[in-house]
Design a protein around this ligand. Sequence first.
Ligand SMILES: [Zn+2]
Length: 347
Amino acid sequence: MDCRRPAPTLGSGGEKNVVGEDVETLKRRLSLLDYLRQHNWASRPAGRSEFVGLCPLHDETRPSFYVNTRKDVFYCHGCGQGGDLIRFIQLSRHLSFRQSLACLDSQTIPAVDSATVLEQTATFYQQQLDHYPEALSYLNRRGLHNPALIKELDIGYSPGGSLRRYLMAQGYSFDLLRQVGLLNMNGSDAFYQRIIFPLRQRGHLINLYGRSIGAAFSHRFLPGTKGGLYAWEKVRHRPEVIVVEGLFDYAALRQAGFDNVTCSLGTHLNADQFLQLCDGPRTVYLTFDADANQSGQQAAEQLAHRLEAHGVAARRVLLPQGHDPNSFFVQGGDARQFQSLVEGAQP
Ligand SMILES: [Zn+2]
């Protein structure tokens, strides 16, 4: 993409004056960290709301380029440069302020398109749910029967074979659907006979999780990030937070009346998820699966150590052997019994 040519919506002919509000709107579409990651910047967490990596603006061998995700700014202790996303584009591409805005505007259009198509897809899948008895009976088998919760979580069903036609009739191009990952290489629907949970971050739909109800591999996401912890906004101010590894575990606990739950979508937390748990004083109750091979418990133990090292109190909730929170409730466990497991959690 040639960013030296002004993009049409922010043309240099003076037909549209870029003022502060437009700049803020542009920056909201794409965070500095997301932009850097799209450009393959490798980083690691460095304290609360900070990431550090090699500076993209000067040659160095030891990381001194810091990104503050709360303020959405960078600073390099090596070359002394700092500022926001637009400043970074100016410096890295040698563009004027105005050219940088145009560049950013043209780069974020695909992200907006993909968010829109994901929203339409999620809505389509939600509409399918009630029409497929096999989907409803699967939810029932997993103990999920509260219609209000199913609606709140926007749970849907992908029967497979009908999404492509539906979205192309809405005017989406085959290429876009392939890029977003909703279609496989051969053009068929990526999600086939799966229960769908939309994944949101700060209100934006960023991915879909599909749980197979048949023989296919159980878990599937679209390409790209899973984002942070599931429904983090609801629990971030709670002094005690229960973390589970699966969305059906999350749903089971919510249905049982626990509202201080979040889900890490697997036992390995990404950097964003880890930082979220570390961003304030709280006790974290790790409630991973009690698998026969101990993998869930080992992951919980390692994570508990890492959290403690960052000053966060962590406890491991020990479920009966062979159980996850979902199966615990499906097989007759109740909220009081689960609460006593939480109270007996181990450091
Ligand atoms: Zn630098």
